[in-house]
Design a protein around this ligand. Sequence first.
Ligand code: GLA
Length: 388
Amino acid sequence: MSINITKAKSAFIAEFDHAPDTVVRAPGRVNIIGEHTDYNHGFVLPMAIENDTVILARKRQDKTLNACAANLDRRVQANLEDRKRNSDEPWIDYLLGVADELLKLGKPLCGADLFILGDVPVGCGLSSSAALEMAAVRMFESFGGFSLDGAEAARLGQRVENLFLGLSTGIMDQFISRCGKAGHGLFLDCRSYHYELIPIAFPDALFVIANTCCARGLTKSKYNERVAECTEACTILKTQLRTAATHLRDFSLEDLEKCQSMIPDVPYRRARHVISENARTLNACEAMRNGDVAQLGQLMNASGDSLRTDYEVTSMELDAMTEAARALPGCFGARMTGAGFGGCTINLIARDQAQTFGETLMTQYTQRTGIKGELIYSNPADGAQILE
Ligand code: GLA
């Protein structure tokens, strides 16, 4: 975490004239592999990163959230008893959405003075929104004297996205932001919520995140469109194969091939990505457990290619960043990460070449696109915590 809590506390006092009662944090994440599989009940393998969202808070006697978003230098008041979205200050919606879902669970909530800050880049595919949601859950837990189980907290965050914000996302981002562990990747079965922490301890390699610094366009509508295309493919497969299966997770590539003539080209390719990505994710876990960096890198490359050609969620900038990375010495694998349509790539790089790799990649990316990119080096971090 790069946030200085002592400084943040002084800023809280300057803002509200008294000290905070509690400090919580939750991390962003990078997905190693398993992309666009979560809402298909499939497998994912993300890790939490050292970039965090931090909330400092003090209880109020009323039902008001009196909030300051320090990074944006914006302030707003919201009423916990009248939870409406705020198009002028959309960042407060994440807290109101969390409150809304906690109230549905019958949890006790109180108002608070809030000071929110962080260093998870926003809109770059590193889940700044999940970090804010999971930090908010921690804050309400701390004040309400209750504690949710990890999967329950993550599912609550997913409902905030699905019901309060209208985005049909899966569970990956909230799950890793809540349940991540330092030094580990987290393999998650998005149907059963069974998960396994897998050590990331390659002596000779590390992950490097590269930000295209390109705003994602139309993410919400395109994301929901992909979800709908998967449902379409799944519905045809179910009818054709007469099974009670419910999600793409339940089908094999052979099933898909058998039904090819019945499925339009676009949903067919979306399904091919999802089904093959699930297999790659299981193989990637095996490669990580065995410390097989070369194999993991190949799987990442295959995942990236499938996201570009079958799932069509890359962009000119993501393609330029990925292509440049793969041609550099020391690169085992490179792919876009997160929802796509902009944002970041994740690269598996030989440790002793990482420095040169990063510098050269940034130069070449700018030459190709005219845009200045950004590198993020992070060890796998812990999930959401109450710090004080
Ligand atoms: C976004 C969503 C996740 C997941 C990824 C793609 O980050 O929030 O649920 O679907 O996209 O893998």
